[in-house]
Write a protein that binds this ligand. Structure first.
Ligand SMILES: [Fe+2]
Ligand SMILES: [Fe+2]
Length: 278
């Protein structure tokens, strides 16, 4: 477990807007990131609510370190949500929208109605595993953001670093609250399906609204997209490979120790991050 989880604010002026194809002019890669951004504010609000509910319903006084890192996790996710809301406002100005919004709203309402706090926490652990995989991918493949506008490279690097820093917090909370393997993996299957659906809907919508799947552009779009997801070292292979590890009974997020990549990114970018404490 990371010993201290600090929240930071990336120094980005969203009022300046963002290039339509901010990642080196590559529409398919830009919209893959944008599709994720559209999902973050709703998801992170859910993560915070669930973590807070579990903390308040269990006696964790025997583990004050866990309470401290959960507070750090909530502070980080709260700032992520705020930053991505501003990012998404820029996308709306560009004519894009979050077409998965109502689907997510309904899923969350169903979860609050039918799931116990522990099962909802298993849902959060599943999503946190996927964001940890994405974060690890970005930290280990800096070339993905090399052609990006500097502010956007900062935002995605920062989010990747912090999602790596807190990747085990909800998992440790889940175990401390008595969560077991079977519930965790069953929930993970549904998280995987829902995440694929939500992301896919937004991704297709962004590409369609941007004119990327017209007859004259569809071949180029498919080529860019395939290269990003399933080319050599494509992100899709990492999602599948590291996703499957979550099914192992003895899995723990820090089995994959990427602290050195995390620390390296934070030290290189420290001047552009405002630390706000946890
Ligand atoms: Fe986040
Ligand atoms: Fe996270």
């Amino acid at each position: 477990m990371a010993s201290l989880i600090r929240a930071r604010i990336p120094q980005v002026d969203w009022s300046q807007g963002v290039d339509r194809h901010w990642n080196g002019g590559n529409a398919a890669v830009t919209h893959a990131f944008n599709a994720l951004s559209l999902l973050f504010p709703q998801a992170e609000h859910f993560f915070i609510t669930v973590a807070r509910d579990v903390c308040s319903s269990r006696d964790l006084s025997h583990d004050p370190d866990l309470e401290t890192v959960v507070r750090g996790f909530m502070a980080q996710e709260s700032i992520h949500s705020h930053q991505h809301s501003q990012y998404n406002a820029v996308l709306r100005q560009q004519g894009f929208e979050n077409v998965a919004h109502d689907f997510v709203l309904n899923l969350q309402a169903q979860a609050h109605r039918h799931f116990s706090p522990l099962t909802k926490l298993a849902v959060v652990c599943g999503y946190e595993h996927y964001t940890a995989i994405l974060g690890n991918y970005i930290l280990n493949h800096p070339r993905v953001l090399e052609p990006a506008q500097p502010d956007m490279a900062l935002v995605w690097g920062w989010h990747s670093a912090e999602d790596t820093e807190h990747k085990a917090v909800c998992f440790d909370l889940y175990r401390a609250a008595g969560g077991g393997w079977l519930r965790r993996v069953l929930v993970f299957v549904s998280v995987t399906l829902n995440f694929t659906l939500m992301f896919g809907r937004n991704y297709c919508s962004l590409l369609r609204r941007d004119g990327c799947i017209t007859p004259s552009r569809i071949v180029g779009t498919l080529a860019q997209s395939f290269q990003f997801f399933f080319g050599r070292s494509g992100i899709g292979w990492h999602l599948i490979g590291y996703g499957l590890r979550y099914l192992l009974p003895g899995f723990h997020p820090w089995d994959q120790d990427n602290r050195s990549q995390l620390d390296a990114w934070l030290s290189v970018n420290a001047a552009r991050l405002l630390a706000v404490g946890s």
